[in-house]
Design a protein around this ligand. Sequence first.
Ligand SMILES: N[C@@H](CCC(=O)N[C@@H](CS)C(=O)NCC(=O)O)C(=O)O
Length: 219
Amino acid sequence: MSLALYGHPFSSYTQKVLMALYENDIAFAFRCIGPESPEHVAAWLQRWPMRKFPLLLDGERSVAETSIIIEYLQLAHPGPVHLIPADPMAALEVRFLDRYFDLHVMSPVQHAVGAALAGDPDKRKDGLAFATEKLELAYAWLEAHLAGKEWANGSDFTLADCAAAPSLFYADWTHCISDAYPVLRAYRARLLARPSFARAVDEARPFRPLFPLGAPDRD
Ligand SMILES: N[C@@H](CCC(=O)N[C@@H](CS)C(=O)NCC(=O)O)C(=O)O
C-alpha cells in the first residue's frame, strides 16, 4: 500500500481529508502543492486537470473530491473510527450534513476569500457582504440542528465533522459566529479540541499570514 495526498496544509479541503487520515492513523506521504515543489504541482495537475485539491493517490489510483476520498478511505483502508455509519439512513444524514458544510458554509467563505484575493476593494466588500448574508443563514440553521448533539450527527464523530471543522474554522474568521449562537460556538470549540483537527490546525499555523481577510489572533 502506498498512499499520497496532494494538497496544502492551509487549505480547508486538504484539512478535511487530513482529519480522516489522522482519525484512523493511516500512513501516507504528504505532497505539498506550492511554488517550492513544482514537481508535485505537475504530478497533481497531470492526474487531476480540474485544478482542485486535495487529491489522493493510492498506488496508481487517483481519487478526487474530499467526500469521495473519505468514503474511499473507509472502503479501502478502514480503521476503528467509522466516518460513515453502517446504517444506511444514518449514513444518508451524514452525507447531507457533509454537503451542508461544504455548500452552505465553505462555499460562501471561498467566495469572500476569492473576492479579497482579486485586489479590488469594492469586490472585497461585496464578497464579504455576500458571505455574511449566507453565513448568518447557515449559522442559524446549525444552532437549532446542533442542540443536544456532541457531533454533527449525534454522538459519533463522522465525515460531517471532518467537513464541519475546517469550514467553521474559516467561516468564523470570515464572519464571526456571534454570541447569538452559543451551541454553534461550543461545537466549533469541540472540533478545535479534537486531536485530528488540532494537529491539522497546528500544521497550518505558519501560513496564517496568507489569509487574505486577515487571520485573527486566536484559535
Ligand atoms: N469540491 C471540492 C472542493 C475542493 C476545493 O475547492 N479546493 C480548493 C482548496 S481548499 C482549491 O482547489 N482551490 C483552487 C481553485 O479553486 O483554483 C472537494 O471537496 O474536493
